[in-house]
Design a protein around this ligand. Structure first.
Ligand code: ZN
Ligand code: ZN
Length: 340
């Protein structure tokens, strides 16, 4: 009876959202954290007060957020004279009470090239107000920043949505001043990014870049906003920073398209699956995660493994399956051999 009461209380807490549901498996020694490293508040061109971003993160089961207001585009500036650090400081104070990790960031807002860049884990956003681009990045680097190239295929920068690499990006890589690129941003994702993350060993990131209210922008048409799965040694800001610099992350676009390095996506998808093989070779899969996976057989037939659901796969000669919603580079999906 006591156990049943305890179970009831736990179910109730899960239902009212006090305990966030465990929705993605950890990866061996690493904790899997859901993170969004790009969002705006009223302190740039966002439409919400900074604490709203924390409440949204709690509701959507995120572990960490970065507040990344534009440094150069402040349409509400005359009402907000307190500088570029205040949005983070308001959000962070509240985030501590809500057990959300809040990261200090800022967005450099330049025409392409070079485009827009987030500096994450900075110390003082006010010191990043520098007209020339490379000295501005250098200041962020001196503050210990992780530099992320944002939405490189954004239609405003690239009308044909093609991701293009310019000399300035080579300069950044040569100086070790570029550490990741957004594969997923807002309602979009850019497979062309993977050519460059692969070539230059950069982190593959998914972010919301939310300006309005998250539930209105994303939850009306998807289960979730875009986010990044980070494989960190512990649930802390320092561990997230270490994992990002090591490239231990996978981007998740709004419509459940995942992208990341081959070995990491392989390990993660395997961790999500419970595999049972019957005597006649049929496969029964259970999904331990809240991300769906689309399995394609060698004769191109597709089978959906729903989030937290199950699917039966028929026996096939080569037991190799293509996961059609997991990209490992510009042209290839993840392939898996399914064994018990
Ligand atoms: Zn931007
Ligand atoms: Zn932005």
């Amino acid at each position: 009876m006591q156990n049943r009461s305890l179970l009831f209380i736990i179910m109730l807490l899960l239902f009212v959202g006090v305990i966030p549901a465990q929705t993605v498996p950890d990866l061996g020694e690493y904790k899997t954290l859901k993170c969004d490293f790009h969002m705006h508040t009223i302190y740039s061109d966002g439409l919400v007060w900074p604490t709203v971003r924390v409440d949204e993160a709690v509701r959507e089961g995120l572990d960490a957020i970065a507040i990344t207001d534009h440094l150069e585009y402040l349409p509400h500036k005359k009402y907000l004279p307190d500088g570029h650090n205040i949005s983070y400081e308001i959000a962070n104070k509240y985030a501590k009470k809500k057990n959300i990790i809040c990261i200090r960031g800022a967005e450099f807002t330049r025409w392409m090239p070079p485009g827009h860049f987030n500096a994450l884990f900075i110390q003082d956003a006010n010191k990043l107000i520098i007209k020339e681009f490379l000295p501005a990045i250098e200041e962020a680097i001196n503050q210990g920043a992780f530099i992320l190239w944002n939405h490189p295929g954004w239609i405003v920068h690239q009308p044909d949505k093609v991701v293009r690499w310019y000399d300035i990006h080579t300069t950044l890589v040569e100086r070790n001043w570029l550490h990741g690129i957004e594969f997923a941003n807002w309602h979009e994702y850019y497979p062309g990014v993977l050519k460059f993350t692969d070539k230059y060993n950069l982190a593959v990131i998914g972010n919301s870049d939310v300006h309005g209210v998250s539930s209105e922008v994303f939850l009306s048409q998807s289960d979730h906003r875009p986010f990044t799965l980070v494989f960190a040694t512990e649930r802390s800001e320092a561990a997230i920073k270490e994992a990002l610099f090591a490239g231990r992350c996978i981007a998740v676009a709004e419509k459940d398209i995942l992208a990341g390095p081959k070995d990491l996506t392989n390990r993660f998808v395997k961790a999500c699956l419970e595999v049972q093989v019957s005597n006649n070779g049929d496969i029964f899969l259970t999904n331990r995660s809240d991300l769906p996976f689309i399995f394609m057989s060698s004769n191109q037939k597709e089978y959906l493994l729903p989030k937290s659901g199950t699917v039966n796969l028929p026996k096939q000669n080569e037991n190799v399956w293509t996961i059609k919603n997991v990209l490992v580079d510009n042209n290839n999906y993840l392939t898996l051999t399914l064994e018990k």
